[in-house]
Write a protein that binds this ligand. Structure first.
Ligand SMILES: C[S@@+](CC[C@H](N)C(=O)[O-])C[C@H]1O[C@@H](n2cnc3c(N)ncnc32)[C@H](O)[C@@H]1O
Length: 213
């Protein structure tokens, strides 16, 4: 059985293992982004907006949070979160992560971009990564939080991790943060939950195009 981000949107927050396992990863990833008050940050594959409270807090009332997802059902849940929190500076965009450009997001560029647990779901994640870095301003920071097989003693839990990823439609071997490590500056990485979660971020000093990735 594989999760569908359409039909499962209403129960995603409750069933995604957020409290038990995955929340720590998003906290670490957002921390590594080093957001400042007034920043604009794009959350790629934002889902139901679980990152929004921390992102909105980090950029403050003068900043902007933009969530991008291709699932209307997930975006609907994200919109509900925005409404119930009365955030006037958090918005969503319906787009495919592998095929968007700054005008689709309604900005010239962003100060930071993040993808939490979403790139491993996207088979063509390197193309999504190209789009993410192309929208980043020079000196902006990109962050990725994603999953791999647990390591060391926690490797015993590998079957469980494999099952969770298979249900969520994630490729546990995608390791999308390797793109960040390969091409970014000031790379930082944290591994959590027995190595199952990797949170990473890096700075990109220059304008980037698909040629650079
Ligand atoms: C595992 S969920 C992660 C959601 C959220 N980032 C989080 O941390 O909870 C993966 C999300 O990626 C979205 N997604 C999958 N493929 C996508 C694509 N090609 N473009 C945009 N979003 C996509 C799904 O709709 C889903 O909301």
């Amino acid at each position: 059985m594989t999760w569908t981000y359409g039909g499962g949107a209403r129960v995603y927050d409750a069933l995604s293992g957020e409290r038990l396992v995955y929340r720590r990863g998003r906290i670490a990833g957002i921390d590594l982004l080093e957001l400042r008050e007034g920043d604009t940050v794009l959350d790629v594959g934002c889902g139901t907006g679980l990152n929004f409270p921390m992102l909105a807090d980090a950029v403050g009332p003068t900043g902007r949070v933009i969530g991008l997802d291709r699932s209307f059902a997930m975006l609907h849940m994200a919109e509900r979160r925005i409404t119930s929190n009365h955030w006037s500076n958090v918005t969503t965009v319906h787009a495919d992560a592998t095929d968007f450009s700054p005008p689709d997001v309604g900005v010239g560029h962003v100060d930071a971009v993040i993808a939490t647990y979403s790139l491993s779901v996207i088979r063509e994640w390197p193309t999504a990564w190209e789009c993410m870095t192309a929208i980043l301003r020079p000196g902006g920071r990109a962050g990725i939080v994603d999953m791999q097989l647990p390591t060391g003693r926690a490797a015993l839990l590998a079957p469980l991790a494999r099952l969770a990823c298979a249900i969520g439609g994630s490729d546990i071997h995608a390791h999308p943060w390797t793109a960040l490590r390969a091409s970014g500056h000031q790379y930082s990485e944290v591994t959590l939950r027995g190595g199952h979660i990797v949170a990473a971020a890096a700075t990109f000093p220059n304008w980037r195009s698909s040629r650079d990735v």
